[in-house]
Design a protein around this ligand. Structure first.
Ligand code: FES
Ligand code: FES
Length: 158
């Protein structure tokens, strides 16, 4: 174990987590490779695609560009923490199903984490605003119409 590693104590999806991390380790790699939370996807690993979006202290971040040390003392929510306590789908997850808002599904966890933030931030006035505030999340399958419709539906239920 490197002496340069740093203690991180965070709450991930409601559970306390203690780790020693290299200061260069990304939150994405810690979530996927050390905590087994592989729902968060690695697309570009350069901050361009949004596939790795999670919530840190209630705000969406691209976890590939977020050092894991920034999670110290904070709450992290990933797609695995979005479902209800009974395991039922969150209304936004259900809306993605209702509107066929995915094809391969690789971008979907990031789209949902951004969509949840978009709703919480109140940026759902119309489809243009939803598109603008989801513009950091790319979908190579082009499922954008369904994604916008799903966010619109869930915003109406919020
Ligand atoms: S993997 Fe993080 S933005 Fe693409
Ligand atoms: S559903 Fe395939 S990349 Fe979005």
């Amino acid at each position: 174990m490197s002496t340069s590693e740093i203690n991180v104590e965070a709450t991930v999806n409601g559970e306390a987590v203690r780790l020693r991390v290299d200061p260069r380790e990304s939150l994405l790699d810690v979530l996927r490779e050390r905590l087994g939370l592989t729902g968060t996807k690695k697309g570009c690993d350069q901050g361009h695609c949004g596939a790795c979006t999670v919530h840190l202290a209630g705000r969406r971040v691209v976890s590939c560009l977020t050092p894991a040390v920034q999670a110290d003392g904070r709450d992290v929510t990933t797609i695995e923490g979005v479902a209800g306590p009974d395991g039922g789908l969150h209304p936004l997850q259900q809306a993605f199903v209702d509107h066929d808002a995915l094809q391969c599904g690789y971008c979907t966890p990031g789209q949902i984490m951004s969509g949840l933030a978009c709703i919480a931030e109140g940026h759902t006035r119309d489809d243009d605003e939803i598109r603008e505030y989801l513009s950091g999340n790319l979908c190579r399958c082009g499922a954008y119409a369904g994604i916008v419709a799903a966010v619109r539906q869930a915003a109406g239920e919020a």
